[in-house]
Ligand binder design. Structure first.
Ligand code: ZN
Length: 105
């Protein structure tokens, strides 16, 4: 990944799921009892107020799609040696359901 797109400090601080355990990790657990999935993982967990928040905002709200391309390259290289090496699609998944529920009540 090019340092000018996402710096190594931000990458270092991004919380990552265990990519080696595709059947039982924080991402796959979100789908338990809801959707039957064989494998599931994520490149990282988003954290509001984090050092890397503005990278995500630049991608999401300011149309800087090259950031998504860089994330895709990184994720692709990590998935190469896993059963998800031929994945067709990567989608964003909201992880903080508790926070969403707290806002409702
Ligand atoms: Zn940075």
């Amino acid at each position: 990944m090019q340092e000018k797109v996402i710096c190594s400090k931000c990458l270092y601080h991004m919380p990552r799921p265990k990519i080696a355990d595709l059947e039982n990790n924080a991402v796959s657990q979100l789908f338990w009892g809801r959707v039957k999935l064989k494998y599931c993982t994520a490149l990282f967990f988003y954290s509001k107020g984090s050092i890397y928040q503005n990278i995500i905002h630049n991608l999401k709200y300011h149309g800087k799609q090259y950031i998504g391309v860089e994330f895709g390259k990184l994720f692709g290289s990590e998935l190469k040696s896993t059963p998800l090496s031929s994945v067709d699609l990567v989608v964003p998944v909201p992880l903080h359901q508790k926070k969403t529920q707290e806002k409702r009540f």
